[in-house]
Design a protein around this ligand. Structure first.
Ligand code: ADP
Ligand code: ZN
Ligand code: ZN
Length: 743
């Protein structure tokens, strides 16, 4: 910690409090002789409450009149609990995403770090006054031992035992205390020793193939410098092996590694693999941990006792004593973008952090995001390709089935059913992918056309059969499955479309002797349900799996020879400009589940639009060629990653209120554009693709610019102005910077 004393007599502390207000609040110190370092928790009066806040910065010029300033009630940390590095990342994120700093802190820090309790067991230490006035110095002029101890304690904060060990008796301490030059306080007992570095050579490391070797060489070359690498390789191409060998050299030097995974479900397998390889302490950080476990991981990373931290999104804000490298696995994954509240991208912040810290970062993916590919093209990132799978399995064959030309039963074409049977007869495993959980996506009346809709959202309700119900997947509203049509009272209700449960029912009936596993959010709600199924599947016996997005990611199923994608069309006609990118990523990811361990896999893609250009491009050139075509389209359409995007969102109880509010923002935007002689384009306002959710009507105004600086300049000023105006009761507005989707 730097102990740069803040010598200003008029010092005012700027404190972030847990509130939706954007600004920091000014407070006077309790005791002006004692400085408080940014990153420390303090107890302050706020309105008519007392809250815990974080000191963010100091100033000598408060906007508040001196007699109106309130006092800090209590200092919880003399040694800041949030390091300078983390604090600066948080401040930057708060500005970039235009989210209140108090809420940024709340989202980024473990609960126990934000509370009133110490983050570690406390110890007592002795500390000197930070700045000793002249007249006080005279008090020790003729007492050399006291002067020596004072000097020592100005440099270090020490427990009594250490002071005694340095040769000072208790009476010297007492004398200085009496003169009010030193005092005793309690502070968390942060450990100073780090984990024991591991050896440079790891006997478990595999002999790398040529691509892996050149990737590793490139990464190792940048040991102490910032460089963002894209490790581009299909599932099974040995990316994890490269990560591990790159981590090895940092761990051998006692440095730490941060491994970000897109979702909690992927932490156990990553943990297993790294534990098998490395002897150093490895910790995880995700929402499945208890508050105490999280705090422990946080402390171990902070103190340098954990060599590796594996975590989801918010672990990008974890403190480290000596971070050497960051790895973002499945970097394209949408889950890295927080969708509610503080809408940050953990991947982007990881890159920002690596850059500030001047360390390497590896983004790994079989289907890199277009942002990343564009950054490679422009030379900002360096691409390292793993062209073959490690076991040299041939890529799976791909077949497109036009469902508009075949009889379809429960979502499955004749051709597909025959194929499934063939693979099952050969004692293989088959994966059927469908991105809809539940029984069917809609319930409708054959007589009058009534459709079950959610009363809170402008959306159809999904039919579930265990228990029989209709459920809104946006707000969770559940009601009983009606037996008769509520509109015409006839018993002519039918389900429309196919979900995982309907598919399961049909396939169980069709393949009576085959074990069937349905893997979706509903079938894995209870602890261990997922793991039990995965263990069963891992035995390798012939079976059928029906799964959603959940199984598209990461999991290893060695005996799958056929993967079927039931409906590839959702992405083709999505209102979202990223729809096609997601479609191609999903198909590629799901396809990656097959074709391991020396057997060529087959992938079948069902579509009603077999001649769609995007799909044709994908079938012809795979993800890579598809991506370069889409990139060209984005460039011409002036969309990300070439242009920068932010969406100003409003919601309220009436659509017109939301729309009107956004329309009124247009004047501000014009005005700001004029002021800076710039042109940020605004598009809209228009109703959001999901117009009503949870009882609120939602509207969007899209803002875009060809440079980030221009867009940011506009957003900063726009937010300032919007904060000042009084909006209609019930109307809320917020910004989504670099949105992951447009819903
Ligand atoms: P990815 O992370 O790209 O999916 P992995 O690193 O998990 O790939 O590698 C896939 C499989 O290939 C694993 O079983 C791994 O042990 C093995 N493997 C990786 N690299 C090599 C190598 N150089 N030689 C032999 N096997 C390898
Ligand atoms: Zn009806
Ligand atoms: Zn709803």
């Amino acid at each position: 910690m730097t102990k740069s004393s803040i010598r200003d007599e008029n010092i005012v502390y700027q404190v972030a409090v847990p509130s939706p207000l954007r600004e920091v609040f000014d407070y006077l110190p309790k005791n002006p002789g004692q400085s408080i370092y940014p990153g420390s928790r303090v107890v302050v009066p706020f309105g008519n409450r007392t809250v815990i806040g974080f000191v963010i910065s100091t100033t000598s010029k408060s906007q508040i009149a001196p007699h109106k300033l309130k006092y800090i009630k209590d200092i919880l940390d003399y040694e800041p609990v949030v390091s300078e590095e983390i604090l600066s990342i948080l401040k930057w994120s708060s500005q970039y995403y235009h989210h209140p700093i108090g809420q940024v802190l709340a989202a980024a820090l473990p609960k126990k770090v934000r509370g009133a309790n110490p983050v570690k067991p406390m110890i007592k230490i002795w500390k000197s006054l930070e700045f000793v006035p002249e007249e006080k110095l005279e008090l020790v002029e003729n007492a050399p031992r006291q002067k020596a101890l004072l000097d020592l304690l100005q440099q270090n904060w020490l427990p009594k035992a250490d002071i005694n060990e340095a040769g000072f008796s208790d009476s010297v301490i007492k004398e200085l205390q009496k003169k009010e030059l030193i005092f005793e306080l309690t502070k968390p007992d942060f450990k100073r020793e780090t984990y024991a570095p591991i050896s440079e050579r790891n006997p478990k490391a595999m002999l790398l193939n040529r691509d892996q070797k050149s990737a590793l060489t490139a990464i190792n070359r940048t040991e102490n410098n910032f460089q963002c690498f894209l490790l581009y390789g299909v599932t099974g191409s040995g990316k994890t092996e490269v990560y591990m060998q790159a981590m090895q050299q940092h761990l051998a030097k006692g440095r730490q590694c941060l491994v970000l995974v897109p979702e909690i479900g992927l932490t156990p397998q990553t943990l297993n693999r790294l534990t098998e390889r490395f002897e150093c302490p490895i910790r995880t950080m995700h929402s499945g941990l208890s508050d105490s476990e999280r705090l422990e991981s946080w402390n171990m990373a902070r103190e340098g006792q954990a060599g590796i931290l594996i975590g989801t999104r918010s672990s990008v804000f974890s403190p480290f004593s000596d971070l050497g490298i960051i790895i973002v696995d499945e970097e394209h994954d949408n889950s890295f973008k927080q969708q509610e509240g503080f809408k940050y991208s953990a991947r982007d912040l990881a890159i920002f952090r690596a850059k500030k810290k001047n360390i390497p970062i590896i983004l790994g993916s079989a289907t890199p995001s277009l942002e990343t590919l564009q950054n490679v093209q422009s030379g900002k990132y360096k691409q390292l390709s793993l062209l073959k799978t490690a076991a040299d399995t041939p890529l799976p064959s791909r077949l497109l089935i036009d469902t508009s030309k075949q009889t379809i039963t429960h979502g499955l074409s004749e051709t597909l059913l025959t194929k499934i049977k063939k693979h099952l007869d050969a004692k293989k495993q088959v994966l059927v992918f469908i991105n809809r959980r539940g029984f069917a996506p809609a319930l409708s009346c054959q007589n009058c056309g009534w459709v079950a809709e959610c009363s809170n959202c402008m959306s159809q309700k999904t039919v579930h059969i265990h228990p029989p119900s209709i459920c809104c997947h946006h707000c969770g509203e559940v009601s009983e499955l009606p037996k008769k049509c509520p509109a015409c009272n006839l018993s002519k209700l039918e389900t429309l479309g196919v979900g995982t449960q309907k598919l399961e029912t049909f396939l169980r009936d069709h393949f009576k002797r085959t074990p069937i596993f349905r893997i979706d959010r509903d079938s894995t709600r209870h602890k261990n349900q997922l793991n039990e199924m995965l263990d069963q599947i891992a035995i390798g016996e012939s079976c059928l799996m029906i799964g959603t997005q959940m199984i598209a990611k990461g999991h290893h199923f060695p005996n799958i020879t056929l993967v079927a994608i039931i409906n590839a069309d959702t992405g083709l006609f999505s209102p979202d400009f990223r729809g096609q990118e997601y479609m191609a990523q999903t198909i590629t990811q799901v396809s990656g589940r097959t074709g391991r361990a020396n057997q060529r896999g087959e992938v079948i893609i069902q579509t009603r639009h077999a001649s769609h250009v995007a799909l044709q491009n994908f079938m012809r050139g795979g993800y890579n060629e598809f991506a370069s075509i889409i990139l060209e389209e984005r460039k011409n359409g002036r969309m990300p990653p070439f242009w920068r995007l932010a969406i100003l969102k409003a919601n309220s109880r009436a659509l017109t209120t939301s729309i009107k509010f956004l329309a009124s923002c247009e004047d501000f935007i014009q005005d700001i554009n004029n002021k800076y002689h710039q042109k940020v384009e605004s598009i809209g306002p228009f109703p959001a693709p999901l117009e009503k959710r949870g009882g609120k009507f939602r509207a969007h105004l899209m803002l875009k610019s060809n440079t980030q600086a221009t867009l940011q300049r506009l957003l900063t000023e726009l937010v300032k102005r919007l904060d000042k105006i009084k909006t209609k009761p019930g109307l809320k507005w917020y910004l989504d910077v670099d949105p992951a989707d447009l819903t």
